[in-house]
Design a protein around this ligand. Structure first.
Ligand SMILES: Nc1ncnc2c1ncn2[C@@H]1O[C@H](COP(=O)(O)OP(=O)(O)OP(=O)(O)O)[C@@H](O)[C@H]1O
Length: 251
């Protein structure tokens, strides 16, 4: 396996709450890892550890290591802004900023000081094509992002993340607020996105985990109970707890 990110005996706590407990897990490059489990199992903490957003929580502590391309993300002198650009995050609730579609997508680049119109134009088009929104909005890039539907706004949020040319996409239940057709569009998009990016997704259902994951990890109470490639966790789980969860006996 070509490993992009590696959790190595990583434990995360907020105050006295242990969010993740001794996680050791590889994340393959150019593949989709689905991280699933019941509420409070640590899935968001896992995503937020990859770009060190977890450290924004009060009394955050961690032990162990997370490596990206073989290098510790916690190494002294590690560049936090660069890490967060390399590992971009998209949340359950679509975020359309009160500005034009063009400005929504180019927001991060402009914030980083990019002023060259041709560079911005090219980045906006590339990001909107990758998020499959281009054909729907190319004739109205100047209209407000707020006028888009929920599903379009979520693809706009993904385009905004892609414009910064990340290496990793962290998707925290990106279809939780969307209708089935918008959900299917985003699931289809993942097939293309993983050719260029490493994707970690917290799916909004077990079915979605099985559909989109090239690998899956089942979390329970901060522990990675089971990790498997392809559909193994869903068709032949090794752990009884995984089996009970995927067959709907708890959750
Ligand atoms: N800011 C915080 N301070 C203290 N504990 C927290 C904080 N945020 C989350 N936790 C705790 O950490 C644990 C894991 O939370 P996390 O959000 O990672 O779970 P999750 O699996 O993503 O849940 P959900 O599916 O509900 O989003 C939970 O027990 C939660 O109560």
């Amino acid at each position: 396996m070509d490993i992009k990110i590696e959790f190595d005996h990583y434990t995360l706590a907020y105050g006295s709450d242990v969010v993740l407990n001794d996680i050791t897990l590889p994340i393959a490059r150019n593949a989709v890892l689905a991280v699933f489990g019941p509420a409070g199992s640590g899935k968001s903490g896992f995503l937020r550890s990859i770009n060190r957003m977890a450290e924004l929580e009060a009394n955050e502590r961690h032990t162990g290591d997370v490596r990206m391309d073989g290098k510790s993300i916690f190494a002294p002198g590690a560049n936090l802004a660069d890490l967060r650009r390399r590992a971009a995050m998209v949340f359950a609730q679509p975020v359309a900023l009160p500005m034009s579609i063009y400005d929504n997508v180019s927001y991060g680049l402009r914030l980083a000081g990019q002023r060259d119109r041709r560079t911005l134009d090219a980045a906006v088009e590339r990001a909107l094509r990758a998020s499959t929104l281009w054909d729907e909005v190319k004739d109205r890039l100047d209209s407000s992002g707020l006028n888009l539907s929920g599903g379009q706004q979520q693809r706009l949020s993904i385009a905004r993340a892609l414009a910064l040319e990340p290496e990793i996409l962290l998707l925290d239940a990106p279809t939780a607020a969307l209708d089935p057709i918008s959900t299917a569009k985003i699931e289809d998009m993942l097939i293309d996105l993983k050719e260029r990016y490493t994707v970690v997704i917290v799916p909004h259902s077990i079915q979605q985990a099985a559909r989109v994951g090239d690998a899956a990890a089942f979390f329970l109470n901060g522990v990675c109970v089971e990790y498997g490639l392809g559909n193994q966790l869903f068709v032949s789980p090794h752990d009884k707890r995984t089996e009970e969860y995927v067959t709907g006996r708890f959750g």
